[in-house]
Design a protein around this ligand. Structure first.
Ligand code: UN1
Length: 505
């Protein structure tokens, strides 16, 4: 695609998605990783504008929390319809802003549509409990009420889906959303804000300020972490980001929902269906150019199938078409930035120094795209799980380790600081159950015969240890966006006290 074509394409997308009013001027330059060119300028949010945005969210909460939850669901239903109508344009913009292939850009929008559908159903199912009281003529119950404005901080790699997991739930739970997207991907965020605004138009009960985007970097994230008007801050990004923000949120007794790094392993056992395992590992290791928090970064393969698995993987890797993510047939687009490329190169150098055998890596397409960072994915055979293997590098590097006994594989899987996702490839029921059981993988996501990435929205998404412990998206993740009330009602005339205490009678 030539420069002119791409510019026209962007203008067309900006018009189609209705995000024009926040663009232009001297603000932040937004570049596409596809060729490194500047595609737009976006104004950063000043301190005063941020304060005004949160004040609007606080005011919106006053109204929104009184709107019946199924009517709140109507807003999210409308948002889902608009996302359906704009899937092509938004998916394309996701690809342009992140560099992920179009198929994945569209998949990301589908993930948003799915969570909207989920949240609409949820809006009629924010169920509490009835609890047996120990006292006569008493009823105990648990109620769930809206919490307040939610701060959402998202990363470049899933610029809109992760927001939607938070926003769709927050909105039906009665909470306005103040969203700080990655500085690299403000356009898709502004597009979502515009769609959410349109969804609210015509819905009488919806106040202004339910969904607002604020643009900025670390200082803005810290301001949100410190802001007592945001009872919940949901942040997705690196472990370092979580380490910086988590204690600040805790210091004011705010709630943090953290979804941080992953260092996900796939265990390939002697009984594995290798055709399936190769395809699954390829998608999870190479997809999104290794820039998912769920990317497979470690392959723990049984010694008896190691050679077979590796030779099949090598030929699969050789067939991966690397290039412009908007072109049909491309499987791997660029890394997001020069820094990402340098981090990959540094990791490969360290792997070499730690005894690894590196196959792949290195820059490609530099002549065609001098300002962009396309790389070959790397397979790295390691003698042991050394320090670099235990480190998350956001790039398509797959470290290969060997094991003999399943316990050893499970121990290797667990011996990293992160605990997001994991997978085992086996047709042996005992092995599958051992891996998914209480003494198995210590991750939040534990899969059998499917890869570590590409989770559906219906399950709770998140992980343990340095991954941060938060759960977003499906299952009962909605409870994080509400406050729990335990209520005891005495419908008798006496005053029996709990624990049988008699007090002055
Ligand atoms: C992320 O990389 O932060 O499971 C989210 C997956 C996607 C979400 C990844 N559904 O790979």
């Amino acid at each position: 695609m030539t420069q002119t074509e791409k510019t026209m394409d962007i203008d067309h997308l900006i018009a189609a998605l209705g995000l024009g009013d926040r663009l232009g001027g001297e603000g932040l330059a937004v570049r596409t990783p596809i060729d490194g060119s500047v595609i737009a300028h976006v104004a950063e949010t000043s301190e005063a504008a941020y304060d005004a945005a949160v004040a609007r969210a606080v005011a919106a909460f006053e109204t929104w929390r009184r709107v019946p939850a199924p009517r709140r669901g109507e807003l999210v239903r409308r948002l889902g319809e608009l996302l359906r109508a704009h899937k092509e344009a938004l998916g394309r913009l996701v690809s342009i802003e992140t560099g992920k292939i179009l198929e994945e850009g569209l998949g990301e929008v589908q993930e948003m549509i799915d969570i909207c559908d989920f949240a609409v159903g949820l809006s009629r199912q924010l169920h509490g409990l009835t609890i047996a009281s120990e006292r006569p003529e008493h009823r105990m119950s648990e109620l769930w009420h809206p919490l307040g404005p939610v701060g959402v901080i998202t990363a470049f790699n899933f610029p809109v889906a992760v927001w939607s997991w938070n926003a769709a739930l927050a909105l039906v739970c009665g909470d306005p959303v103040v969203w700080k997207p990655s500085e690299r991907t403000p356009l898709t965020a502004l597009a979502c804000e515009a769609l959410a605004r349109r969804a609210a138009e015509g819905l009488e009960e919806a106040p202004e300020g339910l969904v607002q985007v604020v643009i900025g970097g670390r200082a803005l994230a810290e301001r949100m972490a410190d802001d007592g008007r945001l009872p919940l801050v949901s942040a997705t990004g690196s472990c370092a980001m979580g380490r910086a923000l988590g204690p600040r949120i805790a210091a004011r007794f705010g709630r943090a929902l953290l979804e941080l790094g992953g260092n996900n392993a796939a265990v390939v056992t002697p009984s594995a269906d290798l055709d399936l395992a190769v395809r699954a590992v390829l998608f999870s290791a190479v997809g999104t150019a290794g820039q998912r928090c769920t990317t497979t970064r470690r392959l723990i393969v049984h010694e008896s199938v190691r050679e077979e698995m590796l030779s099949r993987l090598r030929s699969a890797y050789a067939q991966v078409r690397i290039g412009n993510p908007l072109e049909p047939g491309t499987l791997m687009g660029p890394l997001v930035s020069r820094e990402a490329y340098e981090a990959m190169e540094a990791a490969l150098a360290r792997a070499l120094a730690e005894g690894g055998a590196v196959d792949g890596g290195g820059r490609v397409l530099a002549e065609r795209y001098p300002e962009a960072w396309y790389v070959r994915p790397a397979l790295v055979e390691m003698p042991a799980q050394t320090e670099i293997v235990r480190t998350e590098t956001f790039a398509p590097i797959l470290y290969v380790l060997t094991y003999r006994e399943l316990e050893e594989a499970i121990a290797l899987n667990n011996a990293v600081p992160q605990g997001l996702s994991s997978a085992i490839f086996t047709t042996d029921l005992r092995e599958a159950e051992a891996f998914t059981g209480p003494a198995g993988s210590d991750c939040g996501i534990v899969n059998v015969n499917t890869g570590t990435s590409g989770a559906e929205i219906g399950g709770a998404f998140g992980g343990e240890k340095e991954t941060g412990g938060g759960r977003e998206s499906g299952s009962d993740a909605w409870k994080a966006y509400m406050r729990r009330v335990t209520s005891t009602v005495n419908y008798g005339r006496g005053l029996p006290l709990a624990q049988g205490i008699r007090f002055g009678d």
